[in-house]
Design a protein around this ligand. Structure first.
Ligand code: GP9
Ligand code: MN
Length: 420
């Protein structure tokens, strides 16, 4: 394993941390509202089923927001909790376990702790059992001040769908707690209705199911729409309470909802036979940054991922964080690391996409170096080759930090290892 100094060197050399974009400080002292959209994938955005928009509210919102259309989730076994870990720490989740369970008590330099020093109060809202994914323990290490878990909600059979309290009730019952929070606050709302197996009573469905041999794919559309409607209602509630104007709202998909087992049905929906390239492209989830009253909104097509959310937010808040040990970069900055890593060593670059051992052209989806596969002695290196080792090195550094709980020994105010 690598030592702290080696990791520090890697980060200093490879991860651009002190560039300031024109978004620097734009959210200074505003409330931050994160909405984690359970299992929402990008393929439903601006898409229709039987002529009906699948996510009409999100589609409208995107018109008035920054929308990252090539934003990838990087989660692994810890699912939602892995996405939370990425977003709060800018580190990768672990390869063989849920990091919230196995290393939930480590020391981290997570967003809630960092922004506490700037007067922010932090809270998570999620109407599930507080110990699910070991959240109650991990949240404490991450520095959250408050966790509004299931016990804060009135959950009945009537207002539950699938895994628990339905998303509409969830937001509705949350607002009273939100209004009492010290300001400025940093909050995260984790939705639940659009969770596998995507079961929704017909009376609550406002869009058709898909028609294929996969119930999972078929049922996905009405539950995604349900979450879309719940978020719309939440925005109305925020406006009524006056919180909307003084907040910025960041929505992101936590991870895929439809696994590769359903590729045949997904292929039917997308109108093509899916290749490994398509399967990796389906790991895109929406990232929407909505700043009320802001005008310069646009669709951003650069490659981006959950690991980048921490530095992006801190820069928007105008909080200096040059000494951090993190593997993401500000999504609004020009200088960016040239690759997005997935937990299994797959990656995406500006030009290429590497998955299942094959290097693809990112734009066309065509394999780019089949040529070299035929001959035993390849003279030609894969076009993806220059990135392979960097991706593995980076994942390894992140793992070493976590396995060794190395951040204990780092002084973030100075950007050096602590004196003995
Ligand atoms: C459970 C919710 C969903 O609390 O976060 O869990 P998932 O299976 O998506 O990780
Ligand atoms: Mn999830």
């Amino acid at each position: 394993g690598s030592e702290l100094v080696e990791i520090e060197e890697y980060v200093n050399e490879n991860i651009e941390q002190d560039t300031k974009s024109d978004m620097w400080g734009i959210a200074k002292d505003k409330n931050i509202i994160y909405i984690s959209l359970e299992s929402v994938q990008s393929f439903v955005i601006n898409e229709t089923l039987n002529g009906e928009e699948i996510t009409p509210f999100l589609n409208d919102l995107i018109e008035d927001s920054y929308y990252f259309e090539n934003f990838y989730h990087q989660t692994n076994l810890g699912k939602t909790s892995d996405s939370e870990f990425l977003v709060e720490t800018g580190l990768y989740p672990l390869p063989n376990s849920s990091v919230f369970f196995t290393h939930g008590q480590n020391e981290y330099n997570a967003v809630p702790e960092i922004i506490k020093e700037n007067g922010y109060y932090s809270a998570v809202f999620h109407a599930n059992n507080k110990s699910f994914w070991n959240r109650d323990v991990a949240y404490e290490s991450l520095g959250f001040d408050q966790f509004f878990a299931e016990e804060y909600y009135n959950v009945t059979e009537e207002n539950s769908i699938g895994w628990g309290l339905n998303d509409k009730e969830f937001f509705e019952q949350s607002i009273k707690y939100m209004e009492e929070l010290p300001k400025p606050f940093y909050t995260k709302f984790i939705t639940l209705t659009n969770h596998h197996p995507f079961e929704l009573d017909e009376q609550f469905a406002s869009i058709d199911q898909f028609d294929s041999n996969s119930n999972t794919v078929n049922q996905y559309f009405p539950t995604v729409r349900y979450t879309d409607e719940a978020v719309k209602q939440f925005f109305d509630l925020l406006k009524q309470s006056g919180l909307y104007e003084e907040s910025i709202i960041v929505l992101y998909g936590d991870h895929y909802g439809i696994s590769e087992y359903h590729n045949e049905a997904m292929g039917q929906f997308l109108g093509k036979e899916l290749t490994p390239y398509d399967s990796l492209q389906l790991q895109r989830v929406p990232l929407i940054i909505h700043i009320p009253g802001h005008e310069d909104d646009r669709v951003i097509d650069k490659i981006s991922a959950q690991i980048d959310m921490k530095p992006t937010l801190l820069n928007m808040l105008g909080i200096e964080n040059n000494n951090d040990l993190t593997f993401g970069t500000d999504l609004f900055a020009e200088d960016r690391k040239p690759f997005i890593s997935f937990r299994n060593g797959d990656f995406v670059t500006n030009d290429y996409l590497f998955t299942k051992g094959t290097c693809y052209d990112r734009q066309t989806g065509e394999p780019v170096d089949d040529v070299s596969d035929d001959s035993e002695e390849t003279t030609e290196e894969s076009l993806c080759a220059p990135y392979k080792q960097s991706v593995l090195d980076e994942l390894g550094h992140s793992d070493d930090l976590i396995y060794g709980d190395l951040l204990r020994f780092y002084d973030f105010s100075k950007g050096t290892t602590k004196e003995e």
